[in-house]
Design a protein around this ligand. Structure first.
Ligand code: FAD
Ligand code: KPC
Length: 521
């Protein structure tokens, strides 16, 4: 059995990992790997171009329905951006930010060592990630082949021949349908000096970093990725200057929650410039960035830095499909699809980040499965409903539904249940207290988080929820469904809490639900 044909061979997760490591480091001549069953023709129900979250879930679902999918993936592993450059490293960095904030807050007390002047290595964390990431990659390959019974070709790009046929490493495969699942890439800076070494985006940061960033880091952008990476850089002990043209974290719908998040970010030392711009990057003399020229409040400011992180959005990888098939896109380059995920070309579907926002895993995976169902003959309607959302600073921030301002406009009898409670003592109150914030709650109460439940006093329904702390994200996945189904404060207050719980929503609801005319806390 040649290693590049594994169709009848059972590979362990360890074997997969060794192969992926070799392919990624170039230790092995980079050949395509075929997991395509021999003795059958090369015709499939659907060919998925791209084996990220959208393609892998779509193919697995189609197989589960009894169909025959093929995934073609240019990486030597399945799972795509998420485990390689996006969600997984972001969660590692966000974990580090939370740990380091705790260590710095309690430095020299209890068992925490002194942290004065301690600057933690960014490079070591990135290298730890680079070594470790092939573990999850290997699980994806093993699971997809041995447990999900999906055929695939790895380590080779697919070339689109026509709306039914692709060519991979000289071999042609045909399907009843083609599913485009090629994801998105980071938008590059378009300013003088953008090509200097030392300018990173989320992908090049984990793939290419080969030096220890100096003391000042400039982060460009004001969205989730910008703030998540800025928080990590700050927690390592560096000066972080954030530059954003618009408002920071405009995605957080509740103004008070957003203010709490930004106040804590600034309190940790992140320097935030809203309505500002990065104008130019200058060479430090060795082909690497040495300084950044910013426009801040009408002034030109020069920051000495050898590390710039740009998080200014993403561009769908739609160009090849547009050229080969003429599929229609919107102005942002996202492929246009109908509610069956079908593009403007019949029989060609598109899923995941390639079809535009929300660029989140739930949408990537679900759109893949809906396309699979449509291809297998089911009448589907993929219309992403209101979804819960989250991001990290040094904290985890979760939300669903509108913020208080919008909710007040919609529901005149809106009531809020808050922690810390709405009193003149403000944040200097020892609640919320719960998982991961107990030390803060008892010793530094204003750092122990913020939470707010929005209830329509007329219908008694929960209409929004907002949380800053740790460990609540999980609950928001399920709470979203309850809220969508119309759960009332009375029903929420009748649930069985696991106290102390990261959100206090159940017990706060129970405290107030006896009242005919609802009042807030
Ligand atoms: P991808 O995972 O990018 O898959 C596309 C695949 O297509 C790639 O594997 C690529 O190699 C392959 N490909 C491209 N062209 C070809 C070709 N011609 N032939 C063969 N293969 C090809 N979402 C969350 O829900 N939670 C998070 O915590 C989160 N964190 C994130 C952090 C960052 C920094 C970023 C940038 C994004 C994050 N996201 C997160 C979003 C999430 O990563 C994406 O929504 C998701 O990965 C999109 O999946 P996809 O399958 O559409 O694309
Ligand atoms: C951490 C982990 O589960 C791997 S990243 C998910 C890739 S996929 O399951 O294909 O969406």
């Amino acid at each position: 059995m040649k290693l590049n044909d594994v169709s009848v061979q059972g590979l362990t997760i360890r074997t997969w990992r060794a192969w992926i490591d070799a392919a990624l480091t170039g230790a092995m001549s980079s050949r395509p790997l075929f997991n395509v069953r021999p003795g059958r023709d090369d015709r499939f129900d659907a060919i998925f171009i791209g084996g990220g979250a959208a393609g892998r879930f779509g193919a697995a679902y189609l197989r589960a329905m009894g169909g025959r999918p093929l995934i073609v993936e240019s990486f030597p592993f399945l799972g795509g951006s998420c485990p390689h450059v996006a969600c997984v490293p972001h969660h590692l960095f966000s974990d580090c930010a939370a740990e380091l904030m705790l260590a710095r807050t309690f430095a020299g007390r209890l068992w925490f060592p002194p942290m004065d002047g301690v600057v933690v290595s960014i490079r070591e964390v990135v290298e730890l990630f680079r070594r470790g990431r092939t573990g999850p990659h290997a699980v994806m390959n093993y699971q997809t082949k041995e447990q999900l019974d999906v055929e695939f070709v790895l380590n080779a790009p697919a070339h689109i021949v026509n709306a039914r046929t692709v060519e991979v490493a000289g071999r042609r495969f045909s399907g009843r349908a083609l599913v485009l699942a090629t994801g998105a890439r980071a938008r590059k800076l378009d300013i003088p000096g953008a090509g200097l070494r030392g300018v990173f985006d989320y992908a090049s940061f984990v793939n290419d970093l080969d030096y220890e960033p100096g003391n000042t880091i400039v982060v460009v952008g004001g969205g989730k990725t910008a703030v998540e990476y800025a928080s990590f850089f700050n927690a390592t002990g560096r000066r972080v200057v954030m530059v954003t043209r618009g408002r920071l974290l405009a995605a957080i719908p509740d103004a008070e929650t957003r203010a709490y998040v930004i106040d804590r970010l600034v309190e940790q030392g992140v320097e935030v410039h809203e309505g500002a711009e990065l104008l130019e990057l200058r060479d430090g003399g060795d082909g690497r960035v040495g300084s950044a020229v910013l426009r801040v409040g009408g002034e030109r400011v020069v920051e000495a830095t050898d590390f710039v992180f740009a998080a200014i959005g993403e561009i769908p990888n739609s160009e090849t499909a547009v050229r080969a098939l003429g599929v229609e896109t919107n102005a942002a380059g996202a492929i246009l699809v109908d509610e069956c995920l079908q593009t403007s070309v019949p029989g060609v579907y598109a899923v995941g980040d390639l079809i535009g926002p929300p660029m989140e895993m739930f949408k990537a995976r679900k759109s893949g499965t809906y396309a699979a169902r449509a291809i297998m003959g089911e009448a589907v309607s993929f219309r992403p409903a209101s979804h819960p959302d989250f991001l990290h600073t040094h904290y985890e921030v979760s939300w669903l539904g509108p913020g208080e301002e919008e909710a007040r406009a919609r529901y005149p009898r809106l009531v809020t249940l808050r922690l810390p409670p709405d009193t003149p003592d403000g944040l200097h109150v020892g609640l919320p207290a719960g998982d991961r914030v107990m030390l803060y709650a008892l010793a530094k109460p204003h750092l122990s988080g913020f939470q707010k439940l929005l209830v329509d006093g007329a219908s008694r329904r929960i209409v929004g929820a907002h949380h800053v702390g740790y460990g609540a994200k999980d609950a928001f996945q399920y709470l979203n469904k309850l809220v969508r189904d119309g759960i009332t404060i009375d029903e929420l207050g009748d649930l069985d809490e696991l106290f102390l719980n990261p959100t206090y929503f159940i017990q706060l609801a129970r405290l107030r639900s006896g009242a005919k005319e609802l009042i807030g806390i």
